[in-house]
Design a protein around this ligand. Structure first.
Ligand SMILES: [Zn+2]
Length: 241
């Protein structure tokens, strides 16, 4: 098991950790700030700094084969350094925080979009350059109206927070489950939910900004009809358009 520090504090840029496993696929740590690809959000990049100052560049982060494990995947061409690593060694794990910050802004923006488009979500992808959400619906969507809707929710500066809810609590509160824009998974014991105060509540394991104001200037760059019952909305940062 890897302790997932990013679930409690998405703003942590680095941590000290011990290596628990190394193989050709990558490095596992006892704790990490690296978010593994999941829930539509891309995995983190960054570096592992060894005790002697050598640096292993990490190109991606994925969930490992065993539940609760996280694999830090090295960038190409570092086989010699990887081979020198062994369980028990200490490293400093440091993410590319500028890139992560873009994931966080986009991830919170997709939840704002969920609040504006009350239809089930079929798919989601969150990267540093764009985010997209596929809605199960056939009504047309208006690009300008969605962009101004997001801008309004950003300007209103709603606090964003996560909490953990047990399945017993979910079962005892059907109203809570009904109020979620995405239905919670079952069988995990507890579910992490992300609440944008007064705007949106849904199960989510991703990393988010602490207030909708931090999303900044996000615009709808494209709306596509992917199929009879799928409308894809693509988001971009206004300063990159
Ligand atoms: Zn989410």
């Amino acid at each position: 098991m890897t302790e997932e520090l990013f679930r409690e504090d998405a703003t942590l840029p680095q941590c000290d950790a011990g290596i628990t496993a190394v193989d050709a696929q990558g490095v596992q740590l006892d704790r990490t700030v690296f978010y593994p690809q999941g829930g539509g959000q891309a995995g983190d990049r960054g570096e592992l700094v060894l005790g002697d100052g050598r640096v292993l560049q990490i190109a991606d982060t994925r969930k490992g084969e065993l539940p609760g494990t996280i694999v830090h995947i090295p960038a190409a061409g570092q086989e010699a350094l990887l081979a020198a690593l062994a369980p028990g060694q200490r490293v400093r794990a440091r993410i590319d925080m500028a890139r992560r910050q873009r994931h966080m802004r986009f991830h919170t923006a997709t939840h704002l979009l969920c609040a504006l488009v009350p239809h089930p979500v079929d798919g989601c992808s969150i990267t540093a350059d764009y985010a997209r959400l596929d809605f199960h619906m056939n009504d047309p969507l208006d690009k300008a109206a969605l962009t101004s809707g997001i801008a309004r929710l950003v300007a209103e500066a709603h606090p964003v927070r996560h909490r953990w809810i047990s399945e017993e609590e979910l079962d005892a509160n059907p109203g809570l489950v009904r109020s979620m824009s995405v239905q919670p998974p079952r069988g995990l014991g507890r579910v992490r939910v992300l609440e944008i105060d007064g705007v949106d509540l849904q199960p989510c394991g991703g990393t988010h900004v602490a207030n909708s104001a931090e999303v900044g200037a996000v615009v709808v760059t494209k709306i596509e009809k992917k199929s009879a019952m799928t409308r894809r909305v693509v988001l971009g940062f206004a300063d990159a358009v």
